[in-house]
Design a protein around this ligand. Structure first.
Ligand SMILES: [Zn+2]
Length: 582
């Protein structure tokens, strides 16, 4: 943990930082594109005296996106880092706001591209999630944990002050980013929950102190809830209904939510235990999140309260509460498998399934409603959604945005984290606060916002943003493919290799990285894995060209791996080459 050495103006308002104006500028770019809810990755670039070659950079967040509904959970999209290709040595740090996948999920893909030495600053819970994921791909990172006592983090021309806010995951922060020109406030996903269940509210006083400097140039603000009037309901407001659904159930109860929603799991466990139910954890991601949360002290769960899936038969059905992964219908998740009859646990009439989860994340909505339909057909009672008050949004509504704007008094507003309609709603809302249309910056998808020291701002600079897909399955009939893949996964597991390829030269940027699940124990089979890595490199050298043909390479590697793994082990795991252009 980094410790605060100096007092700073945000903690001690008397001490004023100095701002000098020259011919400098600060350029903010979104590598996932503006107007996108997911794949958050923002570049803050300080350009001294108009000299681009001397710019210095910090990055905020590094998340994945979900490109297509039916491919969700297997195919991922990551931000396009081409813009940083020739600026790697000027990246001073990556700053993570919170532990949601669309803010941290791309770290394991992007760190090898940008350089593993770049320090990654993250709050405790997010850092633990990142570390667990990096462990899977055997990547070591320079991870630094911060919290509100860690002040300030100085990186070249930037001074970064984390500010605690509330959201649907513990340990969520905003950043006041001080530059020689003034302050940029990065207001990523947040709500102002006045009655948070974990007792850790937003640091309103600190936000106000940032505003009191009168130096806030721009507020980059979450805007997903800007289409809703009023104030978002508190997490505690669903407690009554959520509890009622659990305690009134006659048979088995299944609860699904975002795996990282520690507060929701805590509630479910408490309510289940209050009526004598034992807890059954179903699915890798929930199991991991709960273990991490337990280790860090965010959640209490005694071993005697837990029943392993194998032993549920020994208990009465009304004595069991299942916490299930896969609320969004990812094809390889526990809930999907249960619905498709591919899991030890089968859903049947008399069961109750509670979706305490959002249904608005782009790329997930139709999957969720398909599952609800299927579960209903199977005779289960399904309860879900914000209308039934079983979920509250983690994103603030108009009044919360208005409050943040009033506390900070920024010169400009730059809404992020929403689709275009949310950005427009944010603009409308801020008009009521006296902001002109020119003060609300809505850059094109691939444009940057450049703030100049003379007070001007422009969005003329464009960067190239291509879709970077982490692709495994070919195109075709997804239904059949997914079913076949499920069967393979259940029987023989998965073997995946990540190849980072430079398109022009057709060369590997880094030795192949191997991941596997349910196929062999990686630690005990280092010999086999090393052999496969070597063979993959040889095969790659045969298949590549300059420029590289990504589809061809993927097909070649896939066919080759299927054959050689079968020859060596007699097994046929799902083979998933991840071919990434860098
Ligand atoms: Zn979030």
């Amino acid at each position: 943990m980094l410790k605060n050495q100096n007092t700073n103006f945000i903690n001690a308002p008397n001490q004023v930082r100095e701002y000098k104006s020259g011919n400098d500028s600060v350029r903010i770019s979104s590598l996932g594109g503006f107007g996108d809810v997911t794949q958050n990755m923002f570049v803050y670039e300080f350009i001294p005296n108009g000299d681009l070659a001397k710019s210095q950079i910090i990055i905020v967040d590094c998340g994945v996106g979900f490109p297509e509904e039916d491919a969700f959970g297997v195919d991922l999209q990551i931000p396009d880092t081409h813009y940083l290709q020739d600026k790697k040595d000027r990246i001073l740090g990556i700053f993570i706001t919170h532990g949601h996948e669309d803010h941290i999920g791309a770290v394991r893909f992007i760190l090898p591209i940008l350089g593993q030495n770049i320090p990654v600053y993250a709050p405790k819970l997010a850092a633990a999630f990142i570390e667990a994921r990096l462990g899977e791909v055997q990547i070591r990172a320079n991870l630094q944990v911060y919290d509100e006592t860690t002040l300030p983090i100085t990186k070249g021309p930037f001074i970064i002050d984390p500010i605690r806010v509330t959201h649907s995951i513990p340990d969520t922060f905003h950043f006041a980013i001080t530059t020689p020109m003034g302050i940029f406030y990065h207001g990523s996903d947040f709500k102002f929950d006045l009655f948070p269940l974990d007792g850790k509210g937003a640091d309103y006083q600190k936000i106000a102190r940032v505003g009191q400097t009168g130096k806030v140039i721009a507020l980059m603000s979450d805007s997903l809830g800007a289409d809703k009037e009023g104030w978002s309901p508190s997490e505690s407001s669903i407690a009554q209904n959520f509890k009622q659904e659990i305690v009134s159930a006659k048979g088995r109860v299944f609860v699904t939510s975002i795996s990282s929603n520690i507060v929701r799991w805590t509630q479910a466990i408490e309510y289940g235990k209050s009526v004598g139910r034992k807890i059954v954890i179903v699915g890798f991601s929930v199991d991991r999140a709960i273990k991490i949360a337990k280790d860090l002290g965010y959640l209490t769960l005694n071993d005697t309260d837990i029943v392993p899936v194998e032993r549920v038969k020994n208990f009465n059905e009304n004595k069991l509460l299942f916490l299930v992964a896969g609320f969004a219908g990812q094809p390889d998740s526990a809930l999907s498998k249960m619905i498709m009859g591919k899991h030890k646990i089968k859903v049947k009439a008399g069961d109750k399934v509670i979706f305490s989860s959002p249904d608005y994340i782009p790329g997930t909505t139709s999957n969720i409603y398909n599952m609800i339909d299927l579960l209903s057909k199977m005779g289960a009672e399904v309860v879900y959604g914000e209308k039934e008050e079983l979920h509250v949004s983690g994103h603030g509504y108009q009044k919360e945005h208005a409050l943040l704007i009033n506390l900070l008094k920024p010169k400009f507003l730059l809404p992020i984290g929403g689709n275009y309609r949310h950005l427009k709603d944010y603009q409308q809302m801020s008009k009521k606060l006296g902001y002109t249309e020119e003060q609300v910056i809505l850059p094109d998808f691939d444009a940057s916002a450049t703030f100049h020291s003379n007070g001007a701002v422009d969005t003329n600079f464009h960067i190239s943003i291509r879709k970077v897909l982490i692709d495994g399955f070919g195109v075709g009939d997804v239904g059949t493919t997914v079913l076949r893949d499920r069967k393979t996964l259940a029987e023989d597991g998965m073997f995946s290799v990540v190849l980072l390829i430079e398109k022009e030269s057709g060369k590997l940027v880094k030795a192949p990285v191997v991941l596997s699940r349910g196929f062999v124990f990686m630690k005990e089979n280092t010999e086999l894995i090393d052999f496969l890595k070597l063979e993959i490199t040889n095969k790659f050298n045969q298949a590549t060209s300059s420029p590289a043909n990504m589809d061809f390479i993927r097909e070649e590697i896939q066919a080759f791996l299927e054959e050689i793994i079968y020859k060596k082990t007699g097994r046929q795991p799902m083979v998933l080459p991840l071919v990434i252009e860098v």
